[in-house]
Design a protein around this ligand. Structure first.
Ligand code: HEC
Length: 133
């Protein structure tokens, strides 16, 4: 190899190295930047499995089978809401639940089999749903 060829080879190696390095760092940025969406998606798939959307609507705005879940943070703390999801019947005495019982044929099912961590994620998600008014 001549000196010139050596320089060309060295240059190529350096170029490839930087190219790979750029790819790796970019991937990290992307996954770091979308953490929030991953979290959201996670909640949605948990709730899909538990069929929350079938009764509460695809945007949780309510259907003929269950009430809207918007703006209910005035009634619930996170801990209470988790307990409610585990055992809805124990909270059925609140006034609005009398209305619910007249309006909906089925009760809210209990989700005691769902992992507490997942119930916590669901609670956080529901408590973030604010009415626009
Ligand atoms: C079979 C239909 C059905 C399914 C499935 C269902 N719900 Fe309900 N949900 C209801 C009904 C009906 C009520 C009204 C209370 C009652 O009658 O038991 C209710 C009430 C609630 C409330 C209380 C609303 C308030 O005003 O405080 C929350 C929170 C709730 N549901 C969350 C969920 C979540 C989260 C899931 C999924 C894990 C879910 N529900 C699945 C029917 C359902």
């Amino acid at each position: 190899m001549t000196n010139a060829q050596k320089w060309v080879a060295l240059f190529l190696v350096a170029f490839i190295f930087l190219f790979i390095l750029a790819k790796i760092t970019r991937k990290e940025e992307v996954s770091g930047g979308t953490n929030y969406e991953v979290y959201e998606e996670d909640v949605v798939s948990i709730m899909q499995k538990q069929r929350c959307f079938e009764c509460h609507g695809e945007n949780l705005q309510g259907t003929g089978k269950g009430p809207s879940l918007y703006g209910i943070q005035k009634y619930w703390s996170r801990a209470k809401l988790i307990n409610y999801l585990r055992n809805p019947k124990s909270y059925a005495s609140a006034e609005r639940f009398e209305e619910y019982q007249k309006k909906y044929k089925e009760f809210m099912p209990s989700f005691e089999k769902v992992d507490t961590k997942n119930l916590g994620k669901i609670a956080d998600y529901i408590l973030s749903l604010k009415n626009s008014d």
